[in-house]
Design a binder for this molecule. Structure first.
Ligand code: 5GP
Ligand code: ZN
Length: 112
């Protein structure tokens, strides 16, 4: 059994509220939402972060971003939204399996 939380969600070993899926990605609601819509989009394959995925499979990084846009549209975020991927310790990454946050449903303001 994988020790990676998001690998375990992809495998169905940890429950999550799935909102969309593609052959190589999965989208599920964040357990601690920071906005009315807060969805995480992950590749099914394990890549620790955006850099690792860019090196190993750059097309997959594009698929994850495209899937995130599709989720934003599906969630009706017509007023705009934020796509965010924290990378490494200084980036504030806490789960070391690449994920793009899809945030929206209220004015998000400037970063910081
Ligand atoms: P990071 O800080 O790595 O960019 O984002 C990790 C995100 O994963 C956080 O927003 C956190 O709320 C979310 N998260 C942590 N554990 C779980 C979980 O078990 N299920 C779900 N759905 N989200 C989780
Ligand atoms: Zn993983």
């Amino acid at each position: 059994m994988s020790e990676c939380l998001f690998c375990r969600i992809v495998a169905g070993e940890v429950p999550a509220t799935v909102v969309a899926e593609t052959p190589r990605t999965l989208a599920f609601r964040d357990i601690g939402p920071q906005a009315p819509t807060h969805v995480l989009v992950v590749p099914r394959d394990h890549h620790a972060d955006a850099g690792a995925c860019a090196d190993a499979d750059p097309a997959l990084l594009g698929e994850v971003m495209a899937a995130a846009v599709a989720v934003a549209r599906q969630e009706g975020l017509d007023g705009g939204y934020r796509l965010l991927t924290n990378t490494g310790d200084d980036g504030g990454q806490t789960v070391h399996h690449l994920h793009v946050h899809v945030l929206g449903g209220r004015p998000l303001g400037a970063l910081g």
